[in-house]
Design a protein around this ligand. Structure first.
Ligand code: PLP
Length: 379
């Protein structure tokens, strides 16, 4: 079946007892057993429940795999993946990785005997040079948040596998509609489902999709042992959101291109970073690797003051963290999503104080441009 058909139907078969086309929300913590040792496939909601199973089947299918596990947030899923490592193991991450991943690794997991370092994963030579004898995992975000650097997944997968290293790709920014890292060689894909997969800014969630049965078994063990599996209501919401993923992504992509072109022409904008623009240094590679460019873009206004004026004067674009919802969100990474990264490191990786991030929603593009135009007049 095609992507849209799978997104609507996998895991969403009519409910057998009543024929309901939308699966009910199994809002229950426990399941009554017929007799000792005989249940109907579920025993306790931390371990599993029908809404989670349905969502996991769908997400696995969309990323082209058998096994997926869903968590309370993207960070909970990513944390579970990092627990595949053991004390003494080393991991290399994209240097402009999401601020929460930087915090989790450098402030928390480092105390559990894990070693991390951050390199520009779009540069294969630098990545290769950073490999140590104990390197067990590459963690790549592509495009990166918010610097929009694109990493060549197939090339990094080849390098990883030649050294017996697992490649994990965060596919949040593009969703499986525009990019399928496993088909390019990734071993594990993670998502913040809070973003495009749900798409309606009304639930948080994370997903881990796995190619190796032994990793899948371990992640399921972590999910049921540590207890961060996604709850029934949230699974229901994300499952509902995924049904419109394909049409939303098409519209996000069209709006993203229009806004990027508008911003690139604007005299008050110093630089626009969007892989869909010819001016993006990795435009050709993005075109090869991705089926679309999505709706995440960043632009530099040159100073914190100019950025602040813009953010204080937008009306339709909402000043908020997060991304990937139907509503357009605008943010200042240096003071918001990436504030946990030290200022010198932020600057080194290109997150300047005047860098504004836009998650372009699916409103009418003309209305978004009009809103930005009136806000620019006050900058
Ligand atoms: C690329 C990326 N990965 C992971 C996360 C973490 O997801 P969550 O906020 O659902 O924990 C985020 C959050 O913004 C993100 O942007």
């Amino acid at each position: 079946m095609g992507f849209s058909t799978d997104a609507i139907h996998v895991g969403q078969e009519p409910e057998p007892a009543t024929g309901a086309i939308v699966a009910p929300i199994y809002q229950t913590s426990t399941y009554v057993q017929e007799k000792l040792g005989k249940d109907k496939g579920y025993d306790y909601a931390r371990t599993n429940h029908p809404n989670r199973k349905a969502l996991e089947r769908c997400v696995a299918k969309l990323e082209g795999e058998q096994a997926a596990y869903v968590f309370t947030t993207g960070m909970a899923g990513i944390d579970a993946v990092f627990r595949l490592l053991r004390p003494g193991d080393h991991m290399i991450l994209s240097e402009a990785v999401y601020g929460g991943v930087f915090r989790l690794t450098t402030k928390l997991l480092v105390h559990f005997g894990l070693e991390f370092n951050f390199v520009d994963t779009s540069n294969l030579e630098k990545l290769q040079a950073a490999i140590r004898p104990n390197t067990k995992m590459f963690y790549v975000e592509t495009p990166t948040n918010p610097t929009m650097i694109v990493t060549d997944i197939a090339a990094v997968a080849k390098l990883a596998h030649s050294r017996n290293i697992r490649l994990v790709v965060d596919n949040t920014f593009l969703s499986p509609y525009f990019q399928q890292p496993i088909s390019l060689g990734a071993d594990i894909v993670v998502h913040s489902m809070t973003k495009y997969l749900n798409g309606h800014s009304d639930a948080t969630g994370g997903a881990v999709i796995l190619t190796r049965p032994e990793d899948a078994e371990q992640i399921y063990f972590i999910q049921r042992s540590a207890g961060a599996g996604l709850a029934p209501m949230d699974c229901f919401l994300v499952s509902r959101g995924i049904k419109t993923l394909a049409v939303r992504m098409e519209r996000h992509d069209a709006n993203g291109r229009k806004l990027a072109q508008y911003l690139e022409r604007h005299p008050k904008v110093k630089r626009v970073i969007y892989p869909g623009l010819n001016s993006h240094p990795q435009h050709e590679m993005a075109k090869r690797q991705q089926k679309g460019f999505g709706a995440m873009l960043s632009f530099d206004l040159g100073s914190l003051e100019a950025a602040r004026r813009l953010l204080d004067n937008v009306h339709l674009c909402s000043l908020a963290e997060s991304l990937g919802g139907v509503e357009t969100l605008i943010s200042l990474p240096a003071l918001m999503t990436h504030a946990s990264i030290p200022p010198d490191v932020r600057l080194q990786i290109g997150i300047t104080d005047g860098l504004v991030r836009l998650s372009v929603g699916i409103e009418d593009a003309e209305d978004l441009i009009a809103d930005l135009e009136q806000a620019f007049s006050k900058v």
